[in-house]
Design a protein around this ligand. Sequence first.
Ligand code: BGC
Length: 418
Amino acid sequence: MFFDRFPKDFLWGASTSAHQVEGRNINDWTEFEQRSALSFAKNAENLGFFLDRFAKEAAKKENYISGLSANHIDNYEEDFYLANKIGLGSYRFSIEWSRIEPEEGKFDDKAIRYYKNIIRVLRTYQIEPFVTLWHWTLPVWFVAKGGFKKRKNDHYFLRYVEKIVTEFKDEVNYFITLNEPEIYSMNSYYRGLWPPQKKGLYNFTTVFNNLARIHNDSYKIIKNINSNLQVGIAKNNSYFEIGKDNFRNRTIKKFADYFWNDLFLKKISNHQDFIGLNYYFRNRIDGWFNKNRNPKTSDLGWDLYPQGIYNVLLDLKKYKKPIYITENGLADARDKHREWFLAETVKALAKALGKSVDVKGYFHWSLIDNFEWDKGFWPRFGLVEVDYKTQKRTMRKSGEYYGKIIAAHNRAKNRQSK
Ligand code: BGC
């Protein structure tokens, strides 16, 4: 039977991140949003991938200001009630450094209590928390000192890690130090798209290497506090598929696999207990990257090829570590593709498990609609829809469908134990 391939303790979950759902944050992104919202709104029309039906939303300045966002900070009980309704056994969220340490060296007890409450409510539903320590946003004071670009700033982040892990060591078993360090280095320090909008290869490699070192040091700190805690990162890997099988394409693929998929993992290979994989799309190489021929795309224009997760997983087997899919999903406001996407993903996971890849959990991105960084609010990734005007939550059909997948696995488990 299909579901018999999944381990009994396989974790079915969903993910969010603090800045994208909480609301009322004050960090480098909120400042960036204020600075850029108007020009983003003006440029919206020129962006090729925008589909007509989003043009109106994308042309509004408010689309780019996180503001109240999904007001998860006031609504988390309802959000976890819905998570439980789907049947989730785990939930990944991030702790917002700028809330915990709004001023250098001053930790906010109220913020710590808020995250403790989150975990308490999750535990009442028997939902296992996976805590991300950094999901891209930074305290303003830290950025003023040069952020992750300066090696001498490492100790600020490490002090925050020590504080959080000491506070939460009895409530949390899984910590993710960094979310997608390669995407951050690329967008914030190479392409100049995200704060602090720096460009160039030197900036990129400096930050990329700094983040690898910071992860390794964080790992040591966490293990020192309690060696049973499980630590990893969330790594964005793509399936690079070649079009024509020729020398040029094969060489580009080798390069892409090495630099994009493997390099960071190699740098931290002695300092992780599991690999967190964020998989979103295939990248087709034909003469160059992104030569997508697939007519099926998400609202963001991303290639919809859920099957590619199988190839990525098979490739990660060489690291001989347990794997959690820490993110996977699509922007699909009309909920047209999400059920199919989930079904294909689960099939691909079963196929990978059949090849003895040690996959231990799957977290869909995202539990609820949220603020999609420089694209703002219009892309809809949630299993649950959020009406940002009223903050009303509505379960999407695909959310119910995900619940059916989880229930089918539970039935298979019960059969096995009889
Ligand atoms: C990020 C999320 C983001 C998602 C969809 C991932 O790269 O970790 O924060 O919302 O992709 O773009």
